[in-house]
Design a binder for this molecule. Structure first.
Ligand code: HMG
Ligand code: MG
Length: 295
């Protein structure tokens, strides 16, 4: 069976804009976030408090948060890797953060400058202090299916990192296919290896065109939270061959076709993607945006 309702966890302003070659002006980012809320999004990952030299595209995180007019009932989580990032987030009244771990040694090193083991020493005090301040904490685990350097990731290794993150007190674990190599059988096997869908979300990049099939598989396994980016933008600057996230429009087309509720207005999302594509200077990779958009 399928869930009656799916929560779309929108990552466009963060995962999408972190990977743009050009830095997007902060007022465009603020308008993007406002349009997403107006289209019905109830959770919008807005930016990252990472090192500004590591991700210059999101170096304006503080200024953006000051500009975003928070709509009641909408959550605006931000990515936070360490205590310095948490301090910055707390200064701006953030109520939810997401930490992001790696399932592989090489990516832990490249993305976080840590080992598989030592990434936990970085996250532990972040989660403890965030929970102590009444924040919600989400966790990502990246490279769940494979990474560009080590090949396929052993299921047990993903489960070990993922369980470790949940045990810190994170309310949810998002399984990241950072480079989009996963296929449906692998998705079902990974959810099975966790012992079921409880507290799991999925985060598929569409590099190999598998994101929608993988999502449908996860829904059939009982997952009800799906990460997606409006317009299908996204990627990780520290992962070779990472392309855009599953496009929110493609996801919504499928879910509404299946009679699954999302609370999202597809025409508004398409209009926003068309507007954003004009600002980014290139068309959206989303098939639904190409079919329904006016640009
Ligand atoms: P590091 O160099 O080991 O940091 O980087 P450090 O702790 O040694 O600190 C060095 C200096 O940086 C210090 O300054 C710190 O204050 C400063 P100094 O005392 O020398 O003057 N610093 C900071 N400044 C501002 N904000 C901060 C911060 N932290 C330290 N937060 C670090 C470690 C984690 C900071 C770095 O590796 C980093 O920023 N990495 C982030 C990379 C990133 O954002 N990648 C993309 C997001 S992950 C993703 O996209 C995957 C996902 O979508 C899921 C999927 O698709 O699988 C989530
Ligand atoms: Mg991602």
């Amino acid at each position: 069976g399928l869930p009656e309702r799916v929560t779309v966890y929108e990552v466009g302003p963060r995962d999408g804009l972190q990977n743009e070659a050009a830095v997007v002006p902060v007022e465009v980012k603020a308008e993007f976030v406002a349009r997403l809320a107006a289209a019905g999004h109830r959770v919008i990952e807005t930016t990252s408090f990472v090192h500004p030299r590591w991700v210059p595209q999101l170096a304006d995180a503080s200024e953006l948060l000051d500009r975003v007019e928070r709509v009641p009932g909408v959550r605006y989580p931000v990515l936070v890797p360490n205590e310095r990032g948490l301090d910055r987030a707390l200064e701006h009244g953030v109520e939810e953060i997401a930490i992001f771990a790696s399932a592989t040694e090489t990516f832990a090193n490249r993305n976080l400058n840590r080992t598989l083991e030592s990434q936990f020493a970085m996250f532990e005090p972040v989660v403890a202090r965030a929970l102590g301040n009444g924040l919600r904490v989400r966790a990502y685990v990246s490279m769940c299916f494979g990474d560009p350097w080590e090949g396929p990731t052993p299921l047990a290794q993903v489960v070990s990192v993922g369980r470790g993150l949940l045990d810190l007190g994170c309310y949810e674990l998002s399984l990241g296919d950072t480079i989009g190599v996963g296929t449906p059988g692998h998705v079902a096997a990974l959810i099975g290896a966790f012992g079921g869908p409880e507290r799991l979300a999925v985060h598929f990049h569409d590099t190999y065109g598998q994101a929608l099939s993988n999502t449908l598989t996860a829904l059939r396994e009982g997952v009800t939270v799906v990460d997606a980016s409006t317009g299908g933008i996204g990627g990780c600057p520290y992962a070779e061959s990472a392309t855009g996230n599953l496009a929110t429009e493609d996801l919504v087309w499928m879910l509404h076709g299946l009679g699954v509720e999302t609370g999202l207005d597809l025409p508004s999302l398409v209009e926003t993607s068309t507007w954003l594509a004009e600002r980014l200077g290139r068309p959206s990779p989303s098939r639904v945006v190409q079919a329904l958009g006016t640009a």
